[in-house]
Design a protein around this ligand. Structure first.
Ligand code: NAD
Length: 475
């Protein structure tokens, strides 16, 4: 077993170590999960919901140590507490929705009145879950909970960048004996993840496009489904007549939340020429009030970068853009202070699509703003991307912005605001377009259905057709 040293994002020190599970260890974990899953599935939905709700209570009562570990992993406190709250919310939401989603009544077949049938659901025995570092807890469970409700066991490999929460989380799971072998967390990096893909019955992955492509290939070799939730380069289009102050606030909130380390962060803005200068000025005015957060509760708006290597990507994109004529009107390159790496809110103008800043994922608090002169040009620019996660359209009214939003090649479009799909969760579905993902919607209660195979049971309650039928057909 090899060890991986883990960096502390506030101090820059490598002050934590994890053991990397190898293929044999993953095989043993999966074998145990397969055994435990039989009773988990056979026990029925009520049994599964009771165990998951008992775990939710456990998370409520002793979540402090999970939040504390997660806060060290990510250098943020309030968002870590929100992550825990979100997981508890997922458990309640999916358990509430499951009876209707998984109902399997017998039905008559109109074309054959003697035949009754029902479609039953056979969960994949073991679903492998691989998650990234930007929301380590939420993204380990947003897909695991519906898989568990469906009757699968899950083996989760969180990111090696942010693994401190794993130990206290394991303790919370151990407190619910019915979950033994049903939720297992393993630690490690790419090799551990690859071993998990090779041995699971289905895999759900949240992370970057290049890793997603590797996982899709490996899943194809293993002949298992892969549900991929990948990167984004969300556009905000600000049409003529928009409320500039509102647009600037919404764009900045999305671009700066979690220091921009969010898949659905607004990473490029297209502003109509009539309001371009005013929007840039307003973005700068509002961004100038944003402050670094050095300790929990100090009133700061953003923390240091979680993964220091991300700052190098941001710097490289900014340098590429400036080399091609862009102007940084606020903020700029990263800064290392006492081991922590900071990227302050950065506004960039005179950008175009020859720059990686406008085409590749930035994952930092950077807002490049490009001018357009008519709606056709805006439509071309917003869709000129390999990504199609989500986006936003601002306009003089819901109708005008909404009309334009239907042209965006993305799975969720906020109108006169940003990040609205976040509040939808159980109410509706959305799929990632283009290279932002594959495999149906994680949103909506029906995401439970991603983790089952469908087995139709059909009964003939009338006479069986006679063998003379064969002569009728082939004679
Ligand atoms: P990453 O792709 O580098 O790693 C993600 C996970 O994959 C990690 O746990 C890593 O150990 C594992 N991994 C790496 N190589 C592997 C391999 N060959 N086989 C199996 N597992 C492997 O991503 P990251 O840097 O941790 O996260 C940031 C990325 O995640 C960004 O692109 C971001 O947009 C994306 N993301 C997407 C969503 C979404 O919902 N669409 C949400 C959050 C983050």
């Amino acid at each position: 077993m090899t060890s991986i040293a883990v960096r502390n994002p506030r101090t820059g020190e490598t002050d934590y170590t994890i053991e990397s599970a190898d293929a044999a260890q993953i095989g043993a974990v999966i074998a145990d999960a397969r055994v435990a899953q039989r009773a988990w599935s056979a026990g029925g939905l009520e049994h599964r919901s009771a165990a998951l709700l008992a775990w939710a209570e456990q998370l409520e009562s002793c979540g402090d140590e999970i939040v504390a570990a997660l806060s060290v992993d990510t250098a943020r406190h309030r968002i870590s507490a929100e992550e825990l709250g979100a997981v508890i919310h997922f458990i309640h939401g999916f358990c509430d929705a499951a009876p209707e989603v998984l109902a399997t009544p017998f039905r008559k077949l109109d074309a054959h009145p003697d035949v009754v049938f029902k479609v039953t659901y056979a969960p994949y025995p073991v679903v492998g879950v691989i998650s990234p570092w930007n929301f380590p807890l939420v993204l380990s469970f947003i897909d695991a909970i519906p898989a568990l409700v469906a009757g699968a066991a899950v083996v989760i490999k969180p990111s090696e960048v942010t693994p401190r929460f794993v130990e206290p989380l394991r303790r919370s799971i151990e407190a619910v004996p019915a979950l033994k072998g049903i939720i297992t967390l393993v630690t490690g990096g790419a090799e551990t993840g690859a071993a998990l893909v090779a041995q699971s019955d289905a895999v759900v992955f949240t992370g970057s496009v290049p890793t997603g492509q590797k996982i899709a290939s490996a899943a194809a070799q293993a002949f298992i489904p892969a549900f991929l939730e990948l990167g984004g380069k969300d556009a905000a289009v600000v049409l003529a007549g928009s409320d500039i102050e509102r647009a600037a606030t919404s764009i900045l909130r999305s671009a700066l939340y979690n220091s921009g380390q969010v898949c659905y962060a607004i990473e490029r803005v297209y502003a109509h020429a009539s309001l371009y200068d005013a929007l840039v000025a307003e973005l700068c005015r509002q961004a100038s009030g944003m402050r670094r957060s050095h300790v929990a509760g100090d009133g700061g708006h953003y923390g240091p970068m979680i993964f220091d290597r991300q700052a190098a990507t941001i710097d490289a994109q900014l340098q590429d853009a400036v080399g091609k004529g862009a102007q940084i009107v606020m903020g700029g390159n990263s800064e290392r202070v006492n081991g922590a790496v900071w990227v302050d809110p950065t506004i960039v103008t005179e950008v175009d699509h020859t720059m990686t800043l406008m085409t590749e994922e930035t994952f930092g608090p950077v807002v490049p703003v490009m001018r357009f002169s008519d709606d056709a040009q805006a439509e071309f620019l917003m869709n000129d991307s390999m990504f199609g996660l989500s986006g936003a359209v601002f306009g003089p009214d819901t109708h005008t912005a909404g009309d334009f939003a239907t042209k965006m090649e993305a799975g969720g479009v906020s109108i006169n605001d940003t990040e609205l799909p976040r509040v939808m969760m159980f109410a509706g579905e959305k799929t990632a377009f283009k290279k932002s993902g594959m495999g149906g919607s994680r949103y909506g209660a029906t995401s439970i259905m991603r983790y089952v195979r469908k087995r139709a049971l059909l009964a003939n309650e009338g006479a069986v057709p006679s063998l003379d039928k064969l002569a009728e057909i082939s004679g």
